[in-house]
Ligand binder design. Structure first.
Ligand SMILES: [Fe+2]
Length: 357
């Protein structure tokens, strides 16, 4: 039996982020209680910071998203937050895309668990519930706002801290925050959502619960990226919900071939998750024929030209590291091909796929 944890509370609606201080105040019971905001540094010197109404003893830290989040970053943030007042904050708020939300989720857990973040990369290794976590997506698609994983790059692997405690306590979905996300970032992150739907709906771990969230997420994604007449405002609200539903589909189902290959690409080439997914998905007609065909239509409609030959100049050892990183993601291959997945795809086939990219 798998007994899944859900988000405790969710706010949905334009302009609702302005109410965040009301939500945080409810967590404060003592005079010295404070919250820490982790904010994508894209918002440094922008209006959003005043909208958040950071007050009293609250602190905020801008998070760079140039690189994917590392376990080292989580350890540094944990140390910094612990040292502010010598006691823990009552809430940790992550305002940004998938990276920042994952940083928030992982830091919340490391504040209440001993040791280093890389020791917890894996399934159900966390012992204690984290600091109350609130996530506010400012770009939609990753599903990080609802997922039970905080994906981190560690010293030896890219792997999530995955457990019930990783699920945020509160999410605020305010589409005003994603109205200005430029292409191609919006497209790449949106495609992460589309690919979650395709992979969740194609594999051996499927079930009616995962399918229901996956199908609705996919339907919304198609409206957003295949309907040429949809307004940006309408599309943004739908994309925000699609991302949330896509994240839920993965709670009950799983990602597959594309995500396994994408993790290898990101680990070696330090590519962001969304673009790495797109580079990999482009060559996966054999595994996801209808999904890749629609994906190609979306590329055309949105005038996206994907980088080519990204593995061309890699050494043998770098390619092999990529293959090993992907091959180690047993659960993704298991979902894609079944328990006997090692008889369905070999390291040589994975290597050949990488060499096409
Ligand atoms: Fe993803």
């Amino acid at each position: 039996m798998r007994n899944f944890k859900s988000i405790d509370r969710m706010v949905f609606g334009r302009g609702t982020v302005a109410k965040i201080s009301e939500i945080i105040t409810k967590q404060k019971s003592k005079e010295n209680d404070f919250a820490v905001y982790l904010i994508d540094d894209f918002f440094e010197n922008k209006n959003l910071v005043s909208t958040l109404n950071v007050e009293g003893k609250d602190k905020y830290i801008f998070i760079s998203t140039i690189d994917e989040p590392t376990t080292e970053l989580i350890d540094q943030l944990t140390l910094k937050i612990r040292s502010y007042y010598g006691f823990l904050p009552v809430a940790l708020v992550g305002v940004g895309g998938g990276s920042v939300m994952d940083v928030c989720k992982a830091t919340s857990l490391m504040l209440t668990n001993e040791g280093k973040a890389h020791e917890y990369q894996g399934l159900d290794l966390i012992r204690n519930k984290g600091v109350y976590s609130i996530v506010v997506p400012t770009i939609s698609g990753t599903g990080a706002e609802v997922s039970m994983t905080a994906v981190l790059t560690g010293p030896t692997k890219k792997l999530g801290i995955k457990c019930d405690f990783t699920v945020p306590d509160q999410v605020i979905l305010d589409a005003n925050l994603i109205d200005d996300v430029p292409n191609p970032q919006r497209f790449y992150t949106g495609m992460d959502c589309y690919i979650h739907g395709v992979e969740a709906l194609t594999g051996t771990w499927r079930n009616p619960m995962g399918d229901s969230f996956g199908e609705k997420s996919l339907e919304l994604c198609k409206e957003v990226f295949l309907n040429k007449n949809i307004s940006r405002a309408d599309a943004d609200e739908k994309l925000m919900v699609a991302s949330y539903m896509g994240g839920l589909s993965l709670t009950y189902s799983q990602v597959g071939v594309c995500h396994a290959l994408s993790y290898g690409l990101s680990y070696v080439l330090h590519l962001h998750h969304g673009i790495a997914n797109c580079i990999a998905f482009n060559y996966l007609q054999k595994y996801y024929p209808w999904g890749v065909e629609e994906f190609h239509q979306m590329l055309d409609i949105h005038n996206i030209v994907l980088p080519k030959d990204v593995c061309k100049n890699l050494s043998d050892s770098e390619i092999n590291l990529m293959v090993e990183t992907a091959y180690a993601l047993d659960h993704m291959w298991d979902h894609a091909f079944g328990k006997d997945w090692k008889t369905k795809i070999s390291k040589q086939e994975i290597k050949e796929l990488y060499l096409k990219m």
